[in-house]
Design a protein around this ligand. Sequence first.
Ligand code: SF4
Ligand code: SF4
Length: 350
Amino acid sequence: MNMDVYKKLALKLDDLPNWFMATESGIELRLLEKIFTPEEAELAAEMFFVKEPASLIASRANLPEKQARQILKNMVRKRVIKFSKRERELVYGLMPFVVGFYEELLPRMDQELAELFERYFQETGGEITGKGLSVHRVIPVEESVDFEMEIFPYERASDLLEKAKSWGVRDCICRVQKKLIGDPCDHPIENCLVFAPIEGAFDRSDVDRAITKEEALKILNEAEEAGLVHTTGNYQGPHYYICNCCTCSCGILRAVVEFNKPSAITKSDFLVVIDGDLCVSCGDCIERCQFDALELGELVCEVDPGSCVGCGLCVPVCQDEAMVLIRRPEGEVLPPPENIRTWGEVRFEG
Ligand code: SF4
Ligand code: SF4
């Protein structure tokens, strides 16, 4: 197989803010080969993130427009490129790998794809989301935040769901992938929440199950009870999804613990504090923390501020109400970029 078309596409994907790192073994090309046919890869390599009409893409690729349209249509069906209607014509754009078309491969995820992804994850040292400003940010459990604190809309998972007009849920692709390589975790699988500012957005989806707002809020709650960390895009908004992550399966949190890359996720702007007068050193919170940020000191439990990501999952398990989330010292965690565009600009600068 001539891999040149996949090399060309890999370079194009690596030009996007999410990046698509090359490896010495070239495993990333095998991944692309599994996902794109050669003619799809050839055309995708001529596309940009900014959406354009098929005629422009066809002319750059030196293809008859009719043929290019058919290939674009196939890629839209496979959910590996994005499209929308602008005025009277369809426009098409390149999607990044992670977060991007990888998550859309859910219906096609099989053992081969799962193993290729795992090799890519290992060979990049967990840097599937590249370097620099992280792709995802932690959203704290709301009930864990000191009730006197002012909290921004992008820091409230329930607000993001409340403001949407339609909701869906899909299986977590990370847990599906880990299961397929024979290393499943015990956490629930169907809890990746998606939402949209228009009604009925998920009614015809073959990836997402359309649900009500109440069901979405219930899933959010159940995820907290299961000890899962809420995360979403590392910008203020608009947001369209909330992941419920664990360090055993999530491609981003695994980078934090397996490859000691704390910068793979941006912490929330909160930090847990423990009231030494109330703590009875029971150790319940230690079991809860996925980041080894807590340990029993001589008399009370102590937190390592450098390891705490401010998820707030430990707070509700403390029956002695000795824990609460407070704001970190000013400037320790930068406010997220305003939107995904400014996030991309910061990534390029970094
Ligand atoms: S759960 Fe509460 S009381 Fe128990 S060790 Fe943690 S902070 Fe202390
Ligand atoms: S100590 Fe652990 S569980 Fe608690 S908020 Fe920090 S990271 Fe989350």
